[in-house]
Design a protein around this ligand. Structure first.
Ligand SMILES: [Zn+2]
Length: 376
């Protein structure tokens, strides 16, 4: 059964067998003129995707214990042996961290809770995977739960979202400051097509990257690109390149397209690898084994910090049309990275309004400036 999702994301995992000589080089040149190339039809959806149901895992849906409010301190409430069954009282978490307990706030006709920290405010809703950090949308792994009038957060959401952001968005920078920018797609891997005129995602991502590179160099980054022209580079090659270069940050650039249906989504999405133990925000029909540990999971904290910084900056470019910072486990360019890694979607090519923006060089320049400013 097809799940509405993102063509661009699925095409990311569709070309692992394509082996094209990588054209890596340090950049600083001006963006090329617009060009169009490639095939007349976009790549098929999820070629080779396994048509099998998700495998069972050891991570059942969590349940809040009735007596959880009586547990001592912020010690997680444990139900059995699975991490998926552990919940944290946000009231006790706040008090233990010298903060005021979460307060109920009106939210979209329902109820939500706001927890103010020194670095920002976390807003979350019982029964909803959508939370907010200073108004920026973040997807949780598990929906917060109310029990006896107290609001509980899953322990993984507490550790992998709240506690990380509560410490601030600063990331320890290496003196080398190497960033690998990955313009999504290339060559026969065209990516999505604009609803306006069929122009291809691969063109826009490369232009975005070439605009971004000199801006980052001006800010002290040593910049490398996975491609600087219209070539198809496999996902493993992109990961290998970043690892060989000992990158401090890997940033993959994309534009979006819905998978199917009549929806016409618009807005910005930012992806990081799903922390181990947590279900993904999107699976694209692929298995999503929460038990898996990938090299990039060592960077869960900085993944999120970079993602929030990037997402927040880009929202200022598109009028705050926010589709959230999300978790995905199937994205091949993120999983194997030995450094923080983020994939950003700069708008929907399926939305006539956003496709018009994406077609404008000034919009892509503003996206590039937003990303550069977020990485200062
Ligand atoms: Zn894409």
């Amino acid at each position: 059964m097809y799940k509405p999702a993102i063509l661009c994301l699925c095409s990311l995992i569709a070309f692992t067998s394509c082996q094209t000589t990588a054209n890596h080089r340090r950049t600083g040149q001006t963006p090329p003129p617009d060009w169009q190339a490639g095939e007349d039809t976009p790549p098929p959806l999820i070629p080779g995707a396994p048509d099998i149901p998700l495998p069972p895992t050891d991570l059942p849906s969590p349940v809040v214990p009735a007596d959880s409010k009586d547990s001592p301190s912020t010690a997680p409430v444990r139900l059995g042996n699975s991490a998926a069954q552990i919940w944290v009282s946000t009231k006790r978490w706040a008090l233990d961290n010298g903060l005021r307990e979460p307060r109920a706030v009106p939210f979209a006709g329902g109820s939500a809770y706001a927890l103010t920290t020194a670095h920002g405010e976390f807003t979350f809703q019982p029964g909803s995977l959508t939370s907010y950090w200073d108004g920026l949308e973040l997807r949780l792994g598990y929906a917060p739960q109310l029990s006896s009038g107290e609001i509980f957060l899953h322990v993984l959401d507490a550790r992998k979202t709240l506690e990380i952001l509560a410490r601030g968005l600063a990331v320890a920078a290496s003196p080398r400051r190497v960033i690998v920018i990955d313009p999504g797609h290339g060559g026969k891997n065209t990516g999505a097509r604009s609803v306006l005129d069929g122009r291809q995602e691969k063109e826009f991502t490369l232009d975005w990257a070439l605009r971004l590179a000199p801006l980052l160099e001006q800010r002290g980054w040593h910049v490398l690109l996975t491609r600087t022209n219209d070539v198809d580079i496999s996902l493993p090659d992109r990961v290998t390149f970043a690892n060989e270069q000992h990158a401090d940050l890997f940033l993959s650039l994309h534009f979006n397209f819905p998978g199917s249906g009549n929806r016409e989504p618009a807005g910005l999405e930012t992806y990081v690898l799903t922390p181990t133990g947590m279900p993904s925000s999107i699976t694209r029909g692929y298995p999503d084994d929460a038990r898996e540990i990938f090299p990039n999971n060592a960077h869960d904290a900085d993944n999120l910090r970079y993602a929030v910084r990037l997402h927040r900056a880009m929202l200022q470019v598109n009028g705050n049309n926010d589709r959230g910072v999300r978790h995905a486990r199937f994205l091949g360019v993120l999983r194997g990275q030995n450094c923080p890694a983020v994939l950003i979607e700069g708008g929907y090519l399926s939305s006539s309004k956003e496709a018009q923006l994406i077609a404008l060089p000034v919009y892509r320049q503003r996206l590039a400036e937003a990303v550069a400013n977020a990485l200062q």
